[in-house]
Design a protein around this ligand. Structure first.
Ligand code: NIG
Ligand code: FE
Length: 382
């Protein structure tokens, strides 16, 4: 089954050879893009969709989300908006609720969030574990995540759970040993929350090194709450992504700039914790590859909306609209080491969003407005 999408007023491809096209068409064959070019030259297809001058963009690649959990923490959010700081301590509240939930409840709740993200243009989403924090519970969270995405991440090292409070090194050994063994068959990635109140540099190194030996790719929650070794460790160990990057020194920026490690910025977290935003301009000017993602989770960033994060990045982080769109699509693909998403060119996945707007600029220009009219995922409109 092939589909000709025509009448595209503005097509952002993120392919260096194709660029941004006006008056364009795209042909989709099965789950792939077959052809991209000017409207007049489009080949025939089985079906036809005229989008009437709308803008079309690659589907968003949300490379950082925590969707397997139960309950919410709205009261914690309200307390923060009344002056309480965010410490990550509330993670244990969600762990208790998650452990008590059934598999069916967790899958249904995560599935609802994936569907919510999809309606807002997200076609690739990474999902982390990290609210189970025992061997059986982390394996269960990843089995559930695997039903929703290929991009699953083992985050047993989210915080030290209450039952290991007096033996954090025992917990690190558990994460890097039996928990990793149970998680690895269901995970593509391993992540550690390397920060104040979570795991230090030595613990992070131990867990990531074990994860790499088990064949997992590396990602790090780094420098969110305080300066620390997370970003430099991510670069040294060849992690695909260092996420948050809020508190950076010059050495951190230089390390990222000379590496293949993507800096994934999560402005929903700064919004929701009322914290200063990361300095995207400084990273971009230094030549760092930047991605944007939602960090969707019930504590620090309960949004599934990539358009919202993109608008924040433009308004609060001095990114241009074009830089923010790239970071939310092609940048996320880099952070997941994927070359088949985040870009619209022949051979790429047929993952795209049609906007109810003549230009992608409207994503930041009209914040909070639902501008995603049609989403194609693997070539299927949904
Ligand atoms: O990325 N920083 C660590 N983990 C999450 C927050 C999780 C939570 O508060 O439940 C984050 O912001
Ligand atoms: Fe996170």
């Amino acid at each position: 089954m092939s589909l000709l999408i025509t009448g595209i007023g503005e097509l952002t491809t993120h392919d260096p050879g194709l660029g941004v096209l006006t008056g364009a068409a795209v042909v989709v064959d099965g789950d792939r893009i077959a052809w991209v070019g000017p409207m007049g030259g489009a080949p025939d297809a089985d079906e036809r969709l005229d989008v009437g001058g709308a803008a079309v963009i690659p589907g968003f690649v949300d490379s950082h989300a925590h969707l397997v959990f139960a309950g919410d923490r709205a009261a914690e959010f309200a307390a923060r908006m009344n002056g309480e700081p965010y410490t990550g301590g509330g993670i244990r509240t969600t762990v208790a609720a998650t452990r008590a939930a059934s598999d069916e409840e967790l899958l249904a709740a995560a599935g609802r969030l994936v569907a919510e993200a999809r309606r807002q243009g997200t076609t690739t989403i990474e999902i982390k574990s990290g609210y189970g924090l025992s061997v059986a519970q982390e394996a269960r969270s990843l089995r559930i995540a695997r039903q929703l995405t290929e991009e699953t991440t083992f985050l047993g090292a989210h915080v030290v759970p209450a039952e290991y409070r007096d033996d954090p090194d025992g917990y690190v050994a558990l994460v890097g040993g039996p928990m990793l063994a149970a998680a690895a068959p269901h995970a593509r990635w391993i992540d550690v929350f390397c920060d104040r109140g979570a795991f230090d540099g030595d613990q992070t190194r131990e867990i990531l090194t074990a994860g790499a030996k088990a064949g997992l790719g590396l990602r790090v929650h780094a420098n969110q709450l305080a300066p620390g070794p997370g970003v430099r460790l991510a670069v040294e160990l060849g992690a695909a992504s260092a996420d948050h990057c809020t508190h950076l020194g010059d050495a951190d920026v230089a390390a990222l700039a000379g590496s293949d490690t993507v800096a994934t910025l999560l402005p929903g977290a700064e919004f929701s914790t009322r914290s200063p935003y990361p300095d995207a301009r400084r990273l971009l000017d230094a030549g760092v590859t930047v991605a944007l993602a939602t960090d969707c989770n019930p504590g620090s960033s309960y949004t599934s909306s990539m358009p919202f994060c993109l608008a924040l990045a433009v308004r609060e982080m001095r990114m241009t609209p074009a830089e923010a769109l790239w970071a939310a699509t092609a940048g996320g693909a880099r952070a997941l080491r994927r070359d088949d998403v985040g870009v619209l060119r022949p051979g790429a996945r047929a993952d795209l969003a049609v906007l109810d707007a003549p230009s992608f600029l409207h994503l930041a220009y009209r914040p909070g407005v639902p501008l995603i009219s049609t989403v194609l995922h693997n070539g299927v409109p949904r």
